[in-house]
Write a protein that binds this ligand. Structure first.
Ligand code: GN1
Ligand code: MG
Length: 547
Protein backbone atom coordinates (compact mmCIF):
# COMPACT_ATOMS: atom_id res chain seq x y z
CA UNK A 1 0.00 0.00 0.00
CA UNK A 2 1.17 3.50 -0.80
CA UNK A 3 1.61 5.21 2.60
CA UNK A 4 2.01 8.68 1.06
CA UNK A 5 -1.28 8.34 -0.77
CA UNK A 6 -2.93 6.95 2.37
CA UNK A 7 -1.61 9.91 4.37
CA UNK A 8 -2.61 12.62 1.90
CA UNK A 9 -6.07 11.21 1.29
CA UNK A 10 -6.67 10.62 5.00
CA UNK A 11 -5.94 14.32 5.58
CA UNK A 12 -8.89 15.11 3.30
CA UNK A 13 -11.20 13.12 5.59
CA UNK A 14 -10.36 14.28 9.12
CA UNK A 15 -12.08 12.69 12.08
CA UNK A 16 -14.42 15.05 13.98
CA UNK A 17 -12.80 15.63 17.35
CA UNK A 18 -15.88 15.38 19.52
CA UNK A 19 -17.36 12.06 18.36
CA UNK A 20 -16.57 8.49 19.43
CA UNK A 21 -17.72 6.00 16.80
CA UNK A 22 -18.78 2.45 17.56
CA UNK A 23 -19.24 -0.44 15.12
CA UNK A 24 -22.35 -1.94 16.73
CA UNK A 25 -25.12 -4.38 15.80
CA UNK A 26 -26.02 -2.23 12.82
CA UNK A 27 -22.46 -1.22 11.85
CA UNK A 28 -21.66 2.48 12.25
CA UNK A 29 -24.83 4.55 12.45
CA UNK A 30 -25.33 8.20 13.35
CA UNK A 31 -25.95 11.60 11.73
CA UNK A 32 -24.95 11.33 8.05
CA UNK A 33 -23.12 14.65 8.19
CA UNK A 34 -20.57 13.28 10.69
CA UNK A 35 -19.60 10.11 8.85
CA UNK A 36 -17.14 11.27 6.18
CA UNK A 37 -13.98 10.05 7.95
CA UNK A 38 -15.68 6.81 8.93
CA UNK A 39 -16.53 6.01 5.30
CA UNK A 40 -13.00 6.77 4.14
CA UNK A 41 -11.57 4.48 6.81
CA UNK A 42 -14.12 1.75 6.15
CA UNK A 43 -12.85 1.80 2.54
CA UNK A 44 -9.33 1.09 3.79
CA UNK A 45 -10.60 -1.54 6.24
CA UNK A 46 -12.67 -3.34 3.57
CA UNK A 47 -9.57 -3.52 1.35
CA UNK A 48 -7.58 -5.07 4.19
CA UNK A 49 -10.36 -7.53 4.99
CA UNK A 50 -10.44 -8.61 1.34
CA UNK A 51 -6.63 -9.08 1.28
CA UNK A 52 -6.85 -11.08 4.50
CA UNK A 53 -9.31 -13.38 2.70
CA UNK A 54 -7.14 -13.85 -0.41
CA UNK A 55 -8.84 -11.17 -2.45
CA UNK A 56 -12.38 -12.45 -2.03
CA UNK A 57 -14.94 -9.68 -2.46
CA UNK A 58 -16.12 -7.78 0.62
CA UNK A 59 -19.36 -5.77 0.61
CA UNK A 60 -19.99 -2.29 1.99
CA UNK A 61 -23.54 -1.01 2.44
CA UNK A 62 -24.24 2.66 3.15
CA UNK A 63 -27.61 2.89 4.89
CA UNK A 64 -29.34 3.85 8.13
CA UNK A 65 -32.20 1.41 7.53
CA UNK A 66 -35.37 2.47 9.39
CA UNK A 67 -33.80 5.59 10.94
CA UNK A 68 -34.70 9.15 9.99
CA UNK A 69 -33.50 10.67 6.71
CA UNK A 70 -30.69 12.75 8.22
CA UNK A 71 -29.04 9.64 9.70
CA UNK A 72 -26.77 7.39 7.75
CA UNK A 73 -24.53 4.44 8.42
CA UNK A 74 -22.26 1.81 6.99
CA UNK A 75 -21.76 -1.90 7.46
CA UNK A 76 -19.41 -4.46 5.98
CA UNK A 77 -20.43 -7.75 4.46
CA UNK A 78 -18.23 -10.86 4.55
CA UNK A 79 -17.64 -13.07 1.47
CA UNK A 80 -20.59 -15.44 1.87
CA UNK A 81 -22.92 -12.47 2.16
CA UNK A 82 -23.07 -12.63 5.95
CA UNK A 83 -22.36 -9.90 8.51
CA UNK A 84 -18.76 -8.92 9.19
CA UNK A 85 -16.93 -11.36 11.44
CA UNK A 86 -17.19 -10.25 15.09
CA UNK A 87 -13.43 -9.95 15.62
CA UNK A 88 -13.20 -7.33 12.87
CA UNK A 89 -15.93 -5.16 14.41
CA UNK A 90 -13.35 -4.09 16.99
CA UNK A 91 -10.83 -3.28 14.22
CA UNK A 92 -13.48 -1.12 12.55
CA UNK A 93 -14.06 0.79 15.78
CA UNK A 94 -10.32 1.25 16.37
CA UNK A 95 -9.67 2.60 12.88
CA UNK A 96 -12.70 4.91 13.00
CA UNK A 97 -11.60 6.47 16.29
CA UNK A 98 -7.93 7.18 15.54
CA UNK A 99 -7.84 10.92 16.30
CA UNK A 100 -5.35 12.00 13.60
CA UNK A 101 -3.99 10.80 10.26
CA UNK A 102 -0.78 9.63 11.95
CA UNK A 103 -2.74 7.68 14.56
CA UNK A 104 -4.85 6.19 11.77
CA UNK A 105 -1.75 5.08 9.82
CA UNK A 106 -0.38 3.56 13.01
CA UNK A 107 -3.67 1.67 13.61
CA UNK A 108 -3.59 0.40 10.02
CA UNK A 109 0.00 -0.90 10.42
CA UNK A 110 -0.90 -2.56 13.72
CA UNK A 111 -3.86 -4.30 12.10
CA UNK A 112 -1.73 -5.47 9.16
CA UNK A 113 0.92 -6.81 11.52
CA UNK A 114 -1.39 -8.45 14.07
CA UNK A 115 -3.70 -10.00 11.50
CA UNK A 116 -0.80 -11.01 9.26
CA UNK A 117 -2.29 -9.43 6.18
CA UNK A 118 -0.35 -10.10 2.98
CA UNK A 119 -0.35 -6.78 1.13
CA UNK A 120 0.63 -8.42 -2.15
CA UNK A 121 -2.84 -9.99 -2.32
CA UNK A 122 -5.52 -8.27 -4.44
CA UNK A 123 -8.46 -6.48 -2.80
CA UNK A 124 -12.03 -6.43 -4.15
CA UNK A 125 -14.95 -4.51 -2.70
CA UNK A 126 -18.53 -4.10 -3.94
CA UNK A 127 -20.59 -1.27 -2.47
CA UNK A 128 -24.05 0.24 -2.61
CA UNK A 129 -26.18 2.83 -0.84
CA UNK A 130 -29.82 3.46 -0.08
CA UNK A 131 -31.73 6.57 -1.23
CA UNK A 132 -30.51 8.93 1.53
CA UNK A 133 -29.13 12.15 -0.01
CA UNK A 134 -26.04 12.07 2.26
CA UNK A 135 -25.15 8.69 0.73
CA UNK A 136 -23.75 10.17 -2.46
CA UNK A 137 -20.91 12.03 -0.77
CA UNK A 138 -20.31 9.27 1.72
CA UNK A 139 -19.79 6.85 -1.16
CA UNK A 140 -17.18 9.25 -2.57
CA UNK A 141 -15.32 9.15 0.76
CA UNK A 142 -15.51 5.36 0.69
CA UNK A 143 -14.10 5.35 -2.85
CA UNK A 144 -11.20 7.55 -1.71
CA UNK A 145 -10.41 4.95 0.96
CA UNK A 146 -10.60 2.09 -1.53
CA UNK A 147 -8.36 3.92 -3.98
CA UNK A 148 -5.80 4.81 -1.32
CA UNK A 149 -5.67 1.18 -0.20
CA UNK A 150 -5.33 -0.05 -3.79
CA UNK A 151 -8.61 -1.98 -3.85
CA UNK A 152 -10.66 -2.62 -6.94
CA UNK A 153 -14.15 -1.26 -6.23
CA UNK A 154 -17.43 -2.08 -7.91
CA UNK A 155 -20.25 0.40 -7.50
CA UNK A 156 -23.62 -1.37 -7.27
CA UNK A 157 -25.40 2.02 -7.12
CA UNK A 158 -28.58 2.71 -5.22
CA UNK A 159 -30.08 -0.57 -4.08
CA UNK A 160 -31.36 -2.51 -1.09
CA UNK A 161 -29.21 -4.02 1.65
CA UNK A 162 -30.25 -7.59 0.75
CA UNK A 163 -29.36 -7.06 -2.93
CA UNK A 164 -25.86 -6.01 -1.86
CA UNK A 165 -25.56 -9.15 0.32
CA UNK A 166 -26.75 -11.24 -2.63
CA UNK A 167 -24.18 -9.65 -4.94
CA UNK A 168 -21.31 -10.36 -2.52
CA UNK A 169 -22.19 -14.06 -2.36
CA UNK A 170 -22.86 -14.30 -6.10
CA UNK A 171 -19.52 -12.68 -6.97
CA UNK A 172 -17.58 -14.95 -4.61
CA UNK A 173 -19.23 -18.17 -5.74
CA UNK A 174 -19.23 -17.40 -9.48
CA UNK A 175 -18.14 -20.39 -11.54
CA UNK A 176 -18.08 -22.75 -8.53
CA UNK A 177 -20.27 -25.74 -7.68
CA UNK A 178 -22.31 -23.65 -5.23
CA UNK A 179 -22.73 -20.63 -7.52
CA UNK A 180 -25.37 -18.45 -5.85
CA UNK A 181 -26.68 -16.74 -8.97
CA UNK A 182 -25.79 -14.23 -11.64
CA UNK A 183 -23.79 -11.42 -10.01
CA UNK A 184 -26.03 -8.59 -11.18
CA UNK A 185 -29.19 -6.95 -9.88
CA UNK A 186 -31.06 -8.35 -12.89
CA UNK A 187 -29.74 -11.78 -11.86
CA UNK A 188 -31.22 -11.29 -8.40
CA UNK A 189 -34.65 -10.27 -9.69
CA UNK A 190 -34.72 -13.09 -12.21
CA UNK A 191 -33.65 -15.72 -9.67
CA UNK A 192 -36.40 -14.74 -7.23
CA UNK A 193 -38.98 -14.13 -9.94
CA UNK A 194 -38.47 -17.49 -11.67
CA UNK A 195 -38.62 -19.35 -8.36
CA UNK A 196 -41.82 -17.55 -7.37
CA UNK A 197 -43.51 -18.31 -10.69
CA UNK A 198 -42.62 -21.98 -10.36
CA UNK A 199 -43.94 -22.14 -6.80
CA UNK A 200 -47.35 -20.66 -7.60
CA UNK A 201 -47.78 -22.29 -10.99
CA UNK A 202 -51.26 -23.80 -11.42
CA UNK A 203 -52.62 -22.12 -8.30
CA UNK A 204 -55.48 -19.60 -8.34
CA UNK A 205 -54.12 -16.05 -8.66
CA UNK A 206 -53.61 -14.13 -5.43
CA UNK A 207 -55.26 -10.74 -4.88
CA UNK A 208 -52.90 -7.82 -5.38
CA UNK A 209 -50.58 -7.21 -2.42
CA UNK A 210 -50.45 -3.71 -0.96
CA UNK A 211 -46.84 -2.73 -0.23
CA UNK A 212 -45.74 0.25 1.88
CA UNK A 213 -42.21 0.98 0.60
CA UNK A 214 -41.38 3.45 3.44
CA UNK A 215 -40.47 6.01 0.72
CA UNK A 216 -37.13 4.23 0.53
CA UNK A 217 -35.04 2.10 -1.77
CA UNK A 218 -37.48 -0.80 -1.43
CA UNK A 219 -39.69 1.13 -3.87
CA UNK A 220 -37.06 0.64 -6.60
CA UNK A 221 -36.70 -3.06 -5.85
CA UNK A 222 -40.46 -3.64 -5.68
CA UNK A 223 -40.93 -1.81 -8.98
CA UNK A 224 -38.28 -3.94 -10.68
CA UNK A 225 -39.72 -7.16 -9.28
CA UNK A 226 -43.23 -6.13 -10.18
CA UNK A 227 -42.40 -5.91 -13.88
CA UNK A 228 -40.71 -9.33 -13.78
CA UNK A 229 -43.69 -10.97 -12.09
CA UNK A 230 -46.13 -9.26 -14.47
CA UNK A 231 -49.53 -10.74 -13.67
CA UNK A 232 -48.36 -13.62 -11.50
CA UNK A 233 -48.67 -11.30 -8.51
CA UNK A 234 -49.78 -7.69 -8.78
CA UNK A 235 -48.02 -5.19 -6.47
CA UNK A 236 -50.04 -2.20 -5.31
CA UNK A 237 -47.18 0.10 -4.31
CA UNK A 238 -47.52 2.93 -1.77
CA UNK A 239 -45.05 5.34 -0.14
CA UNK A 240 -42.74 5.30 -3.13
CA UNK A 241 -41.58 8.97 -2.98
CA UNK A 242 -37.85 8.34 -2.89
CA UNK A 243 -37.05 11.88 -4.01
CA UNK A 244 -38.73 13.47 -0.97
CA UNK A 245 -36.08 13.06 1.68
CA UNK A 246 -38.25 14.09 4.59
CA UNK A 247 -40.74 11.30 3.90
CA UNK A 248 -38.28 8.42 4.34
CA UNK A 249 -39.54 6.13 7.15
CA UNK A 250 -41.77 9.00 8.22
CA UNK A 251 -45.00 7.58 9.68
CA UNK A 252 -44.56 4.53 7.49
CA UNK A 253 -42.39 1.47 7.06
CA UNK A 254 -41.90 -1.77 8.99
CA UNK A 255 -40.44 -0.17 12.11
CA UNK A 256 -43.35 2.28 12.37
CA UNK A 257 -45.87 -0.56 12.09
CA UNK A 258 -44.09 -2.71 14.67
CA UNK A 259 -43.44 -0.02 17.25
CA UNK A 260 -46.71 1.91 16.86
CA UNK A 261 -48.78 -1.25 16.38
CA UNK A 262 -50.91 0.46 13.75
CA UNK A 263 -51.16 0.84 9.96
CA UNK A 264 -49.26 3.62 8.24
CA UNK A 265 -51.82 6.47 8.09
CA UNK A 266 -51.43 6.72 4.29
CA UNK A 267 -52.95 3.22 3.99
CA UNK A 268 -55.84 3.49 6.41
CA UNK A 269 -58.37 4.44 3.73
CA UNK A 270 -56.87 2.09 1.16
CA UNK A 271 -57.25 -1.10 3.17
CA UNK A 272 -60.50 -3.02 2.80
CA UNK A 273 -61.49 -5.47 5.56
CA UNK A 274 -59.23 -8.56 5.54
CA UNK A 275 -57.07 -7.21 2.71
CA UNK A 276 -53.46 -8.09 3.38
CA UNK A 277 -50.73 -5.45 3.24
CA UNK A 278 -47.08 -5.24 4.19
CA UNK A 279 -44.41 -2.68 5.01
CA UNK A 280 -40.71 -2.69 4.14
CA UNK A 281 -38.21 -0.66 6.13
CA UNK A 282 -35.91 2.00 4.65
CA UNK A 283 -33.35 -0.45 3.23
CA UNK A 284 -35.84 -3.27 2.58
CA UNK A 285 -34.40 -5.91 4.86
CA UNK A 286 -37.37 -5.99 7.27
CA UNK A 287 -40.96 -6.96 6.59
CA UNK A 288 -44.21 -6.54 8.53
CA UNK A 289 -47.60 -7.79 7.35
CA UNK A 290 -50.91 -6.46 8.64
CA UNK A 291 -54.61 -6.20 7.83
CA UNK A 292 -57.79 -4.67 9.20
CA UNK A 293 -60.40 -7.17 10.36
CA UNK A 294 -64.18 -6.96 9.76
CA UNK A 295 -64.45 -4.40 12.57
CA UNK A 296 -61.70 -2.24 11.12
CA UNK A 297 -59.36 -3.40 13.88
CA UNK A 298 -55.63 -3.38 13.01
CA UNK A 299 -54.01 -6.82 13.15
CA UNK A 300 -50.25 -7.22 12.92
CA UNK A 301 -48.47 -10.20 11.40
CA UNK A 302 -44.90 -9.68 12.56
CA UNK A 303 -41.65 -11.62 12.29
CA UNK A 304 -42.89 -14.22 14.77
CA UNK A 305 -46.02 -14.86 12.72
CA UNK A 306 -43.91 -15.08 9.56
CA UNK A 307 -41.61 -17.63 11.25
CA UNK A 308 -44.62 -19.71 12.33
CA UNK A 309 -46.20 -19.68 8.88
CA UNK A 310 -43.01 -20.42 6.99
CA UNK A 311 -41.56 -23.06 9.32
CA UNK A 312 -44.79 -25.09 9.34
CA UNK A 313 -44.95 -24.93 5.53
CA UNK A 314 -41.37 -26.12 5.08
CA UNK A 315 -41.87 -28.96 7.57
CA UNK A 316 -44.89 -30.13 5.55
CA UNK A 317 -42.97 -29.97 2.28
CA UNK A 318 -40.04 -31.95 3.71
CA UNK A 319 -42.48 -34.63 4.93
CA UNK A 320 -44.39 -34.79 1.66
CA UNK A 321 -41.14 -35.01 -0.29
CA UNK A 322 -40.24 -38.14 1.71
CA UNK A 323 -37.27 -36.44 3.36
CA UNK A 324 -38.42 -36.22 7.00
CA UNK A 325 -35.80 -38.76 8.13
CA UNK A 326 -32.96 -36.87 6.50
CA UNK A 327 -33.79 -33.19 6.91
CA UNK A 328 -35.08 -31.48 10.04
CA UNK A 329 -36.20 -27.90 10.51
CA UNK A 330 -35.37 -25.66 13.48
CA UNK A 331 -36.34 -22.12 14.45
CA UNK A 332 -34.25 -19.37 16.04
CA UNK A 333 -35.79 -16.46 17.95
CA UNK A 334 -34.74 -13.81 20.45
CA UNK A 335 -36.22 -13.02 23.86
CA UNK A 336 -38.45 -10.44 22.10
CA UNK A 337 -40.39 -13.22 20.36
CA UNK A 338 -43.94 -13.26 21.62
CA UNK A 339 -44.40 -16.04 24.19
CA UNK A 340 -47.39 -17.38 22.24
CA UNK A 341 -45.25 -17.80 19.13
CA UNK A 342 -42.54 -19.60 21.09
CA UNK A 343 -45.19 -21.97 22.46
CA UNK A 344 -46.74 -22.55 19.03
CA UNK A 345 -43.36 -23.31 17.48
CA UNK A 346 -41.91 -25.35 20.38
CA UNK A 347 -44.91 -27.68 20.26
CA UNK A 348 -43.86 -28.57 16.69
CA UNK A 349 -40.13 -27.97 16.27
CA UNK A 350 -36.83 -27.36 18.02
CA UNK A 351 -36.64 -23.66 18.95
CA UNK A 352 -33.49 -21.86 20.06
CA UNK A 353 -33.33 -18.45 21.75
CA UNK A 354 -30.25 -16.28 21.11
CA UNK A 355 -29.17 -12.71 21.92
CA UNK A 356 -30.57 -9.81 19.87
CA UNK A 357 -28.91 -9.01 16.55
CA UNK A 358 -29.15 -10.76 13.24
CA UNK A 359 -25.67 -12.24 13.29
CA UNK A 360 -26.55 -14.31 16.37
CA UNK A 361 -29.73 -15.59 14.77
CA UNK A 362 -28.06 -16.31 11.46
CA UNK A 363 -25.22 -18.32 13.00
CA UNK A 364 -27.56 -20.33 15.22
CA UNK A 365 -29.84 -21.06 12.24
CA UNK A 366 -26.87 -22.37 10.25
CA UNK A 367 -26.57 -25.19 12.78
CA UNK A 368 -29.92 -26.65 11.73
CA UNK A 369 -30.33 -28.63 8.46
CA UNK A 370 -32.96 -26.00 7.62
CA UNK A 371 -32.90 -23.02 9.99
CA UNK A 372 -35.74 -20.49 10.06
CA UNK A 373 -34.95 -17.29 11.93
CA UNK A 374 -36.89 -14.09 12.43
CA UNK A 375 -36.67 -11.24 14.88
CA UNK A 376 -40.11 -10.10 16.01
CA UNK A 377 -39.40 -6.82 14.18
CA UNK A 378 -39.54 -8.64 10.83
CA UNK A 379 -35.89 -9.25 10.04
CA UNK A 380 -35.17 -12.84 9.11
CA UNK A 381 -34.75 -15.56 6.55
CA UNK A 382 -34.30 -19.30 6.09
CA UNK A 383 -30.92 -20.99 5.64
CA UNK A 384 -30.32 -24.41 4.10
CA UNK A 385 -27.13 -26.19 5.23
CA UNK A 386 -24.69 -27.45 2.58
CA UNK A 387 -25.59 -31.06 3.40
CA UNK A 388 -29.31 -30.28 3.08
CA UNK A 389 -28.66 -28.71 -0.32
CA UNK A 390 -26.80 -31.79 -1.47
CA UNK A 391 -29.52 -34.12 -0.10
CA UNK A 392 -32.06 -32.07 -2.04
CA UNK A 393 -30.09 -32.17 -5.26
CA UNK A 394 -29.56 -35.94 -5.17
CA UNK A 395 -33.03 -36.94 -3.89
CA UNK A 396 -35.00 -39.34 -6.12
CA UNK A 397 -38.72 -38.88 -5.43
CA UNK A 398 -40.79 -42.04 -5.81
CA UNK A 399 -44.33 -40.65 -6.23
CA UNK A 400 -45.78 -37.66 -8.10
CA UNK A 401 -46.63 -36.00 -4.75
CA UNK A 402 -43.06 -36.44 -3.53
CA UNK A 403 -41.80 -35.09 -6.84
CA UNK A 404 -43.93 -31.96 -6.56
CA UNK A 405 -42.89 -31.25 -2.97
CA UNK A 406 -39.26 -31.88 -3.84
CA UNK A 407 -39.41 -29.41 -6.74
CA UNK A 408 -41.03 -26.85 -4.48
CA UNK A 409 -38.29 -27.25 -1.87
CA UNK A 410 -35.66 -26.73 -4.54
CA UNK A 411 -37.47 -23.62 -5.78
CA UNK A 412 -37.62 -22.30 -2.19
CA UNK A 413 -33.82 -22.48 -1.98
CA UNK A 414 -33.77 -19.99 -4.89
CA UNK A 415 -36.67 -17.81 -3.75
CA UNK A 416 -35.22 -17.27 -0.29
CA UNK A 417 -32.29 -14.87 0.06
CA UNK A 418 -30.19 -17.03 2.35
CA UNK A 419 -27.57 -14.36 3.01
CA UNK A 420 -29.69 -12.02 5.13
CA UNK A 421 -33.25 -10.88 5.90
CA UNK A 422 -34.81 -9.57 2.70
CA UNK A 423 -38.22 -7.86 2.67
CA UNK A 424 -38.89 -8.59 -1.00
CA UNK A 425 -37.80 -12.23 -0.89
CA UNK A 426 -39.58 -12.82 2.45
CA UNK A 427 -42.74 -11.22 1.08
CA UNK A 428 -42.72 -13.53 -1.94
CA UNK A 429 -42.15 -16.46 0.41
CA UNK A 430 -45.15 -15.48 2.54
CA UNK A 431 -47.25 -15.05 -0.61
CA UNK A 432 -46.27 -18.57 -1.76
CA UNK A 433 -47.37 -20.06 1.55
CA UNK A 434 -50.65 -18.10 1.59
CA UNK A 435 -51.31 -19.29 -1.95
CA UNK A 436 -50.56 -22.95 -1.14
CA UNK A 437 -52.63 -22.90 2.02
CA UNK A 438 -55.39 -20.74 0.52
CA UNK A 439 -55.02 -18.50 3.55
CA UNK A 440 -55.97 -14.86 3.87
CA UNK A 441 -54.51 -12.68 6.61
CA UNK A 442 -57.17 -13.80 9.12
CA UNK A 443 -56.49 -17.53 8.66
CA UNK A 444 -52.78 -16.94 9.02
CA UNK A 445 -53.33 -14.74 12.06
CA UNK A 446 -55.38 -17.45 13.76
CA UNK A 447 -52.43 -19.89 14.02
CA UNK A 448 -52.03 -18.48 17.52
CA UNK A 449 -53.09 -15.38 19.47
CA UNK A 450 -50.26 -13.01 20.47
CA UNK A 451 -49.89 -12.27 24.16
CA UNK A 452 -50.28 -8.54 24.86
CA UNK A 453 -46.82 -7.00 25.19
CA UNK A 454 -45.08 -3.68 25.75
CA UNK A 455 -41.57 -2.40 25.05
CA UNK A 456 -40.33 0.57 27.11
CA UNK A 457 -37.07 2.55 26.90
CA UNK A 458 -35.36 3.71 30.08
CA UNK A 459 -32.59 6.33 30.04
CA UNK A 460 -29.84 5.53 32.52
CA UNK A 461 -26.49 7.16 33.26
CA UNK A 462 -24.41 4.16 32.15
CA UNK A 463 -26.02 1.30 30.31
CA UNK A 464 -22.80 -0.74 30.31
CA UNK A 465 -23.46 -1.82 33.91
CA UNK A 466 -26.42 -3.90 32.66
CA UNK A 467 -25.06 -7.34 31.88
CA UNK A 468 -27.12 -10.34 30.94
CA UNK A 469 -27.01 -14.11 30.56
CA UNK A 470 -29.33 -16.82 29.23
CA UNK A 471 -29.74 -15.13 25.82
CA UNK A 472 -30.35 -11.76 27.49
CA UNK A 473 -33.30 -13.02 29.54
CA UNK A 474 -31.61 -12.52 32.94
CA UNK A 475 -29.58 -9.69 34.41
CA UNK A 476 -26.40 -10.65 36.22
CA UNK A 477 -25.49 -7.02 36.87
CA UNK A 478 -26.36 -4.74 38.64
CA UNK A 479 -26.44 -7.32 41.46
CA UNK A 480 -29.83 -7.99 43.02
CA UNK A 481 -31.91 -6.29 40.31
CA UNK A 482 -33.01 -9.53 38.61
CA UNK A 483 -34.39 -10.86 41.90
CA UNK A 484 -36.54 -7.74 42.26
CA UNK A 485 -37.80 -8.06 38.67
CA UNK A 486 -38.70 -11.71 39.29
CA UNK A 487 -40.66 -10.70 42.37
CA UNK A 488 -42.72 -8.20 40.34
CA UNK A 489 -43.27 -10.61 37.45
CA UNK A 490 -44.67 -13.28 39.80
CA UNK A 491 -47.66 -11.03 40.54
CA UNK A 492 -48.93 -11.23 36.92
CA UNK A 493 -50.66 -14.17 35.26
CA UNK A 494 -48.54 -15.40 32.35
CA UNK A 495 -46.13 -12.58 33.15
CA UNK A 496 -42.68 -12.31 31.56
CA UNK A 497 -40.32 -9.37 31.62
CA UNK A 498 -36.64 -8.84 30.93
CA UNK A 499 -34.23 -5.94 30.88
CA UNK A 500 -31.21 -5.49 28.58
CA UNK A 501 -29.04 -2.65 27.31
CA UNK A 502 -29.77 -1.67 23.70
CA UNK A 503 -26.95 -2.30 21.25
CA UNK A 504 -28.05 0.55 18.97
CA UNK A 505 -29.35 3.32 21.26
CA UNK A 506 -28.18 4.79 24.54
CA UNK A 507 -31.03 3.25 26.54
CA UNK A 508 -31.97 0.17 28.51
CA UNK A 509 -34.97 -1.72 27.10
CA UNK A 510 -37.71 -3.25 29.24
CA UNK A 511 -39.93 -5.87 27.61
CA UNK A 512 -43.04 -7.25 29.27
CA UNK A 513 -45.90 -9.53 28.37
CA UNK A 514 -48.87 -10.96 30.28
CA UNK A 515 -52.31 -12.44 29.64
CA UNK A 516 -54.19 -9.12 29.88
CA UNK A 517 -53.41 -5.80 28.14
CA UNK A 518 -53.90 -3.56 31.18
CA UNK A 519 -51.69 -5.81 33.28
CA UNK A 520 -48.87 -5.72 30.72
CA UNK A 521 -48.69 -1.96 30.87
CA UNK A 522 -48.61 -2.09 34.66
CA UNK A 523 -45.89 -4.76 34.61
CA UNK A 524 -43.75 -2.93 32.03
CA UNK A 525 -43.99 0.44 33.78
CA UNK A 526 -43.35 -1.07 37.20
CA UNK A 527 -40.17 -2.75 35.97
CA UNK A 528 -39.19 0.44 34.08
CA UNK A 529 -39.67 2.46 37.27
CA UNK A 530 -37.56 -0.03 39.23
CA UNK A 531 -34.73 0.22 36.67
CA UNK A 532 -34.92 4.02 36.57
CA UNK A 533 -34.87 4.44 40.35
CA UNK A 534 -32.20 1.82 40.99
CA UNK A 535 -29.95 3.59 38.46
CA UNK A 536 -30.33 6.76 40.54
CA UNK A 537 -32.50 8.48 37.92
CA UNK A 538 -33.45 12.12 38.53
CA UNK A 539 -36.87 12.12 40.26
CA UNK A 540 -37.83 15.37 38.51
CA UNK A 541 -37.31 13.81 35.06
CA UNK A 542 -38.94 10.46 35.87
CA UNK A 543 -41.40 9.64 33.04
CA UNK A 544 -44.89 10.02 34.48
CA UNK A 545 -46.12 6.64 33.23
CA UNK A 546 -43.42 4.80 35.23
CA UNK A 547 -44.86 3.14 38.35
C1 GN1 B 1 -36.03 -4.70 20.44
C2 GN1 B 1 -35.52 -4.49 19.07
O1 GN1 B 1 -36.30 -4.44 18.10
N1 GN1 B 1 -34.19 -4.40 18.93
C3 GN1 B 1 -33.55 -4.16 17.63
C4 GN1 B 1 -32.45 -3.13 17.77
O2 GN1 B 1 -31.49 -3.64 18.68
P1 GN1 B 1 -31.24 -3.08 20.15
O3 GN1 B 1 -29.96 -3.76 20.58
O4 GN1 B 1 -32.41 -3.51 20.94
O5 GN1 B 1 -31.15 -1.59 20.06
O6 GN1 B 1 -31.82 -2.93 16.51
C5 GN1 B 1 -31.17 -4.10 16.00
C6 GN1 B 1 -30.47 -3.72 14.70
O7 GN1 B 1 -31.35 -3.23 13.75
C7 GN1 B 1 -32.20 -5.21 15.80
O8 GN1 B 1 -31.53 -6.36 15.38
C8 GN1 B 1 -32.96 -5.46 17.10
O9 GN1 B 1 -34.00 -6.38 16.91
MG1 MG C 1 -33.22 -2.39 7.74
Amino acid sequence: MNTDLLRSSSDKHPKPTDIAFQYGTAGFRTLGSTLDSVLYRVGVLAALRSRKLDGRTIGVMVTASHNAAQDNGVKLVDPRGEMLDGSWEAHATTLANAPTTEAFLEAVSTLIRNSQIDLSKPAHVVYARDTRPSGEELVRALEDGLKAAGAEGRDAGVTTTPVLHYLVRAINTKGTADAYGEDTQEGYYKKLGDAFKELVQGRPPLDPIIIDCANGVGAIAAEAMSSILANTLVFDLHNTSIDKEELLNNSCGADFVKTQQKSPPQLVDVLKPNQRACSFDGDADRLMYFYHDENGQFRMLDGDKIAGLVAAFIVDLVKTAGLADEISVGVVQTAYANGASTKYLSDRLPVKCVPTGVKHLHHAAERFPIGVYFEANGHGTVVFSPSTLSTLSSHQPSTPAQDRAHKHLLALTSLINQTVGDALSDMLLVEVVLSHKSYGGAEWDSLYEDLPNRLVKVSVADRSVYQTEDAERKLVSPPGLQGKIDEIVRRYEGGRSFVRPSGTEDVVRVYAEAMVRSQVDELAFTVAGLVYDSAGGDAAKRPKEFI
